[in-house]
Design a protein around this ligand. Sequence first.
Ligand code: IMP
Length: 429
Amino acid sequence: MPTLIVVGTQWGDEGKGKIVDVLTESAHYVVRFQGGNNAGHTLVINNKKYILHLIPSGIFHPHTICLIGNGVVVDPEVLIQEIEKLKNEIDLSPAKLKISYLAHAIMPYHRALDIARESKAKGNRIGTTGRGIGPCYEDKVGRRGFRLVDLTKPEFFKEKLKNVLEEKNFLLRYLGAEPLDFQSIYEKYLEYGEYLKPYLSDISEILWKAYNEGKNILFEGAQGTFLDIDFGTYPYVTSSNTVAGNACTGAGFGPSKISEVLGIVKAYTTRVGEGPFPTEQNNDIGLYLREKGGEYGSTTGRPRRCGWLDLVMVKRAIRLNGITSLAITKLDVLSGLDKIKLCIGYRIGSKTLETFPESLEDLKSVEPIYEELPGWKEDLSKISTYEELPKETKVYLKVIEEYLEVPIVLISTGPDRRNCIFIKEKRFF
Ligand code: IMP
C-alpha cells in the first residue's frame, strides 16, 4: 500500500505536474494538500497542452480519483471554471473529483487585498500571483475565513460575511482600493456553494479507507520547498507550508503511513517574483534557458528568472522533506550549451559555506562556487533509454547524484508524457 509525496525542491515550476501525471498511471488517488490557484501545472497529452490550477494533475487518468485536501485554498470561481472547461473532455463528476469540506474559500476581497497591498508596497513587493492566496491563509489562521461548507449554509454565511466584509472594506479603502458590495458577493458565493456541494467530502476518511484497502495514494505538492512559509526565502515565499510534512496536515493523513517522498529537481533553477537567487544568470545563459525552457509563468505569464542548478539548495530540500528519490526534469533544455555549471557551495567573504544559509541577508550576499562540466548537443527528446543518453548527460546526472546522495530514479526529456525515462527499476506503485 504505497503512499508517495511528490514535492518541488526549488522555487516551484520544477515540472511536478508532468511527473505526477506519469506516476498516476498506477495511482488510485491523487491528492492536493496546499496552495491554491497560484499553482499552474502544465501537462502535454497527445500534443495538446493543458494547464491545471486547482484540479490535481492525475485527473487525465480515467481510473484515478482526485482529491483536494483541507490545506488547499480554493477560489470557487476558478475551480468551477476549470471544471466547466474540462468536463466535456474528461470525467469530472463528484465520483472522480472530491473536495474537502474544510478547505478555505478564496473570496473576492482576498484577491483585492492581495493586489492592493502589492501595489502599495512598491519597492517592497513580494511579487505574488495576485490570486488572494496570502490573505486567504491569513483569514484561516485568524479564524475569519470561510470553509467551503460554509457557502452551503445561507444564514450562517450571511451573518459572518457581513461582519468580515465590514473590516475588509475598511482595509481596502485604506489601501486605496474600491470597497466591495455585500449582496453581490453573498448571492454569487451561495451559488458557488450549491454548485460545489456534491463534490464536498471528508477527504481524511476517504484516504483512511483507501489506505486500508491497499490503494496507491499520491500526494501532489504545489510550489516548491524554497517558497515554504517557514523554510523558504521569507518574506519572498508563498503562504503555505510546501514541504512534505504538510501533506499529512493538509489532507488529514497520519505521518506513519507515508512510504516515500519524491523530490522534483529541474536541471537548472528558476524563480518568479522577487527575492534572492544566488545562481541567477542575468545574461545570455539566462535568456537561453528561458526561451528554450518556455520559462514563463503558467498562472501569470510572467517571465521566470533563470540560472544554474543549485545543489546546495536541493540538498537542504532533501533534508527538509525527507526525500528518498529524485526526478530530474527539463534535462533537454540544457542541450546545446558548451559548458554547464553546478553550484556546489557558497562563499561569503573569505568563508566557505556548504549549507544553505537560513538568514535572508546571508543568502543575498553569497557567491556561488561552481563545478563546470562539458555540455552536449544531442536532442534528448528523441531518446527513450538511459543507455542512449550522451556521455556528458550521464556525467551531469552522476555528479548530481553523488553530491545529493539520493538516487535519481527518473528523468524527463521533453514536455510530453512519453518523454520520461525511468533509470532505476523502481516505479513507486
Ligand atoms: P503567492 O503564492 O501568490 O502569494 O505568491 C508568493 C510568491 O510565490 C511569489 O514569488 C510567487 O511568484 C510565488 N509562487 C506562488 N505560486 C507559485 C508557483 O506555482 N510557481 C512558482 N512560484 C510561485
